[in-house]
Design a protein around this ligand. Structure first.
Ligand code: NAP
Ligand code: HSE
Length: 438
């Protein structure tokens, strides 16, 4: 083994992920050292409460409640930021980078909100950031994009990046139970984030989508420029309609790059996924990502998107890469920033749609709906109708062929003004990607 003074590792955060990292770095120490070509030591870990009981063995003197002291410790080479949040975690990460340290982080919110500044700071200070665990837990998607697929350009990436939503949608579909019932179970199992909106309103998936967009395209997409919707409005009825039509509903992250028009589009929205697509069959808390590279074609990655061991596995792969790089003096290049890359407006993107309408059940209503869609150039694919239990009304479900979001939104505005409509149309996008790539 090549001799090096040894890599000194500090952990800011020793909760679910931190304890997993501590435990597995220790249990596989000699194997990992052989891999890195140097030795390493776990120096210290920062926590909020020094009194809290931990599931790992750690000496009192290795614990501190001052994460900044680790970021400023000249002995520490690699700081693992495993605290979460965008406040103190940001300050600690900045301090570590200012000190030229390598930071390994699992914090998707931090990178989504401050990634641009942090990567610029890292470059300036000749410091480095590794972030495998920030997207899709144990799936090595960052490494795949960064290394395995390096020669490719990526016209299409889509994925299931939130395990909690996937768990809820899967159980609604399998058991025919309502959203609220399954959400309660997900809470009891500890799947739902303390801030439930992160999961249920699509923000957690959006954070991860922003990180993948940066890695694949060099562009940090501001969250406010991205359509983000969660799964709260998806009903059991939608799931059943989708099944009849040959789809499953998944919360889907989508990143489209149009190389001809020179623009990029990203969104997180519930979508109808054809049952024969691999992602339609990724159920429960699992995550999956499909990456289409212009040279390699499509590859699909499936695995555990969260949990102590899966996430620790990803953090440790970064620690080993960081240690190897430091020991051998070969540091990685970050993706080139493409600030000039334009974002497509959502209305410029073509999709197929699923529309659920509650309508008056009387002659001419279907023709009226069809004529509004036709006026906007929206072509209907299928039509289904069934009574909705209320006298004189029915539920109508239509799917469309590819049309622009702008045309669809114009049609929805017009439909909203029609007396035959009993509530606002509910729209879902269809993941018709085979059509898109020809
Ligand atoms: P967690 O269980 O809540 O652990 C957070 C840790 O940070 C705790 O040890 C806490 O101390 C410590 N901490 C918080 N604020 C601190 C402060 N101001 N100063 C010092 N220590 C502080 O969270 P987690 O689930 O391990 O998640 C950590 C990170 O990994 C987050 O960014 C999360 O998004 C990301 N992540 C988690 C998962 C997962 O499955 N859990 C998956 C992927 C990514 P105490 O222990 O004393 O409270
Ligand atoms: N809340 C996230 C999820 C945890 O459900 O996927 C992992 O990032």
């Amino acid at each position: 083994m090549k001799k090096h003074a040894g890599i000194k590792i500090g952990l800011a955060g020793l909760g679910t992920v931190g304890q997993g990292v501590w435990k597995h770095l220790r249990s596989r120490k000699s194997e990992l050292e052989a891999r890195m070509g140097t030795t390493f030591s776990l120096e210290r870990a920062a926590v909020r409460s020094l009194e809290k009981k931990r599931s790992i063995r750690i000496s009192k003197k290795a614990l501190t409640d001052d994460a900044m002291s680790i970021a400023n410790d000249p002995q520490v080479d690699v700081l693992c930021e495993l605290m979460g949040g965008t406040g103190h975690a940001y300050e600690v990460t900045k301090a570590a980078l200012n000190n030229g340290k390598t930071v390994v982080t699992a914090n998707k919110a931090l990178l989504c909100h401050h990634g641009d500044k942090l990567f610029r700071l890292a470059k300036k200070k000749d410091a480095h950031i590794y972030f495998e665990a920030s997207v899709a837990g144990g799936i090595p998607i960052i490494k795949a994009l960064r290394e395995g697929l390096v020669v490719n350009h990526f016209p299409l990436i889509y994925g299931i990046l939130n395990g909690t939503c996937n768990y809820i949608l899967t159980r609604m579909e399998r058991e025919g139970k309502a959203f609220d019932t399954i959400l309660d179970d997900a809470r009891k199992l500890g799947y739902v984030e303390a801030d439930e909106s992160l999961d249920l309103d699509g923000w957690d998936a959006a954070h991860k989508t922003v990180i993948i967009s940066y890695l694949a395209h060099g562009k940090w997409i501001p969250l406010k420029k991205m359509p983000v919707e969660g799964i709260r409005d998806v009903t059991l009825e939608d799931i059943q309609w989708a099944q009849r039509l040959g789809f499953k509903i998944k919360l889907l992250s989508l990143i489209l790059r149009d190389f001809k028009k020179g623009h990029l589009f990203a969104s997180v929205q519930p979508a109808l996924v054809p049952k024969d697509m691999v992602l339609a069959n990724v159920d429960g808390v699992f995550n999956a990502i499909s990456v289409t590279g212009d040279i390699v074609g499509e590859s699909v990655y499936i695995g555990r998107g969260a949990g102590q061991d899966a996430t620790a596995s990803a953090v440790i792969s970064d620690v080993v890469d960081a240690g190897t790089a430091i020991a051998h003096g070969i540091m990685p290049e970050e993706p080139k920033n493409r600030d000039d890359l334009k974002l497509a407006k959502p209305e410029e993107v073509y999709r197929s749609f699923y529309i659920r309408l509650a309508v008056k059940d009387k002659p001419g209503v279907l023709a009226e709906v069809a004529s509004v869609l036709a006026d906007e150039g929206v072509s209907i694919g299928t039509v289904l109708q069934r009574p909705n239990g209320k006298k004189g009304s029915a539920n109508l479900v239509l799917t469309t062929h590819l049309c622009s979001e702008a045309a669809m939104q114009a049609a929805v505005r017009k439909l909203n003004r029609r007396k035959a409509l009993l509530n606002k149309p509910f729209l879902l996008r269809i993941a018709d990607f085979a059509q898109r790539l020809g």
